[in-house]
Ligand binder design. Structure first.
Ligand code: F6P
Length: 336
């Protein structure tokens, strides 16, 4: 017979993402509605190692759905990567009587969750884990969408729109670096949305002449006197790209690294709604005895997958979007 789930923990881990609070709220409120106790583990996996937790009820998550960041704080825990760190975490799980944990974060967070669950099983303790994907990078293989991506895109777009005003007035070239770690999703979506002259992403080998010099030349021929180059952090440094543009084309670009500003701000409708649905499904999976799952989106639907399978899934980069960008950024015929 299925073990009744009485108490679960919820934590946020890795880089914060707008919408994490909405996911925490959904987890707590769904648990309460199912008669399950919920404990908030603070500062990611470190909270389990250090017994840093708070008891949560429906009102503990009031007025957080609109807030960026995470009320539970977050961290990247080195200690938890070690078996000895996880042993301490398991002792806290036992002490708290946790039947399951909802871990909100990226694939590093899920790897940690799976290792903890396995170590628990080896020690004869049943601990089910469910992962909820939240990262502005949108780089989790098993899920089409990750919480925070939409808000981060909107933040970057707002900043770049402002940059464009001044670049246009001075007839300058702007080189903007956006986050994304090893992935180019953020850069590509933002590049399309701001009508960038060129976008550099790690998924496509960079050819400076083809990807920058030629693009600027075409824009110039089309009568444009300002240029917007978007660089994914994983594709190289905007400072270096700016220097090279100066050396090879003779124009004097201004470089902006958007940095952590992209992680903040009130979550968009898409992020609040997705986080609410994912948080709900995470608790339902635990309540229904489906442990070691990752909640994911597939074409807008919410599904759950085996965690090991989810972790081995790689994402196919949407190169067709890059082609759209190419078509839209070349305003003159190719022969020119
Ligand atoms: O994974 C989210 C992210 O913001 C990446 O885009 C970026 O490379 C990284 O985290 C930055 O990490 P930190 O906050 O530790 O500087």
């Amino acid at each position: 017979m299925e073990k009744q789930v009485k108490r679960i923990g919820v934590l946020t881990s890795g880089g914060d993402a707008p919408g994490m609070n909405a996911a925490v709220r959904a987890v707590v409120r769904t648990a309460v509605s199912r008669g399950i106790d919920c404990v908030g583990i603070r500062r990611g996996w470190n909270g389990l190692i250090n017994s840093d937790f708070i008891n949560m009820d429906a009102s503990s998550v009031s007025h957080i759905i609109d807030k960026g960041g995470t009320m539970l704080y977050t961290a990247r825990s080195e200690e938890f990567m070690q078996e000895s760190g996880r042993a301490k975490a398991l002792a806290t799980c036992k002490l708290l009587g946790l039947d399951g944990i909802v871990a909100i974060g990226g694939d590093g967070t899920f790897r940690g969750a799976l290792a903890l669950s396995r170590q628990a099983a080896e020690a004869g303790h049943s601990l089910q884990v469910v992962g909820v994907p939240a990262t502005i990078d949108n780089d989790i293989g098993c899920s089409h969408y990750t919480i925070g991506f939409d808000t981060a895109c909107n933040t970057a777009i707002e900043c770049i729109d402002k940059l464009r005003d001044t670049m246009q007035s001075h007839e300058r070239c702007s080189v903007v670096e956006v986050m994304g770690r090893h992935a180019g999703y953020l850069a590509l979506y933002v590049g399309i949305a701001v009508g960038a002259t060129a976008v550099l992403i790690p998924e496509r080998e960079i050819n400076f002449d083809r990807d920058i010099v030629e693009k600027i030349r075409r824009a110039r021929l089309a009568g444009t006197t300002h240029y917007m180059i978007v660089v994914a952090e994983g594709a190289g440094s905007a400072l270096e790209i700016g220097k090279r543009i100066h050396e090879e084309i003779g124009i004097d670009p201004r470089v902006t690294v958007l940095g952590h500003i992209q992680r903040g701000g009130s979550p968009s409708a898409r992020d609040r709604e997705t986080a609410s649905r994912m948080g709900y499904e995470a608790v339902m999976a635990l309540a229904e005895g489906r442990g070691n799952r990752v909640i994911a989106t597939r074409d807008g639907r919410i599904i759950d997958l085996d965690m090991e399978e989810a972790l081995s899934t790689t994402k196919t980069f949407e190169m067709d979007r890059y082609q759209i960008l190419e078509a839209l950024s070349s305003t003159k015929q190719m022969e020119l």
